[in-house]
Design a binder for this molecule. Structure first.
Ligand SMILES: [Zn+2]
Length: 281
């Protein structure tokens, strides 16, 4: 049995190949259209805003009149925010900065609704050994990461030097975009979906597959309902419009009741040498 979670999201580098203000104009357009989409399509259940609350400030400085609408979408759980204030590089800042960053992210999240209870590390180029300890101190028992770890399986236990342990969902080689820019040609779409599902089936121990529908600076993809309808009409396992939160909870409960995850991964020693990777952010 394999459950597929289709997670719609965007990944937001605030400043990269464009300036901060150029990206901000794209962010304003994205959230404007996202709010319209959520009103128009009740079946489009969730959208994940990349785990950093600073995008809320960036948006509302330009569109203060949209605050109540945005707040409603967050309170109802359709737009997922937090836990970070801004996505950091774990090695370029101090430990205190990481903790204060999260504390601020939690504080802002609570002003709008509930912070997403997922330790989200999608595009960080390496990981400090104490990250599971920090997540536990913030009440989280899980993490999702991509870069910075070379394992091939989908789930691991990640243990900090103090013994704190979290369930790690390890994204596939394509990262946080293994279902991005889905082509709505049903045949091509189903071929691609089947390939991704087969890949996830081969590496998951607990039977939860994440299909990440989004990538850097992309808007929500309208037509996800078409994809779900096609999946449900095909031989693929049932797929749902999901959230990382839901996937993590399902994975946690299955880990307790079913087969164990992959071997424990401990970042003791020299995390820079053992965990860091290079590549495009
Ligand atoms: Zn990035």
């Amino acid at each position: 049995m394999l459950d597929i979670h289709v997670v719609s999201h965007t990944h937001w580098d605030r400043e990269w190949y464009l300036t901060y203000e150029q990206f901000r104009m794209r962010l304003v357009g994205l959230i404007d259209r996202l709010l319209d989409l959520l009103d128009e399509e009740p079946d489009y259940k969730h959208f994940h805003l990349d785990g950093q609350t600073i995008v809320l400030e960036d948006y509302l400085e330009i569109r203060p009149e949209q605050e109540s609408r945005l707040r409603r979408a967050i309170e109802s759980g359709r737009i997922l925010i937090g836990p970070w204030y801004v996505m950091p590089d774990e090695f370029l800042v101090s430990g205190e900065s990481l903790v204060r960053n999260l504390a601020r992210g939690y504080r802002i999240s609570r002003q709008f609704g509930t912070p997403m209870p997922v330790g989200y590390l999608p595009d960080l180029f390496g990981h400090v050994a104490q990250m599971p300890q920090i997540w536990r101190q913030f009440g989280l028992d899980n993490t999702i990461l991509w870069r910075g770890f070379g394992g091939t399986r989908a789930e691991y236990w990640w243990q900090a030097p103090d013994g704190s342990r979290v369930l790690m969902l390890h994204l596939p080689p394509e990262g946080y975009c293994n279902a991005t820019r889905v082509v709505f040609d049903p045949e091509a779409m189903m071929t691609r979906a089947a390939t991704a599902v087969d890949y996830e089936r081969a590496r998951t121990a607990v039977g939860e597959a994440l299909l990440m529908n989004g990538v850097d600076h992309v808007e929500p993809q309208v037509g996800m309902r078409t994809m779900r309808t096609c999946c449900q009409a095909s031989s693929l396992p049932a797929s749902t419009s999901s959230s990382r939160m839901h996937a993590c909870r399902r994975c946690s409960s299955r880990t307790r009741s079913r087969s164990p995850c992959g071997p424990a991964f401990s970042a003791r020693g020299t995390p820079q040498a053992s965990c860091a990777t290079r590549g495009r952010r």
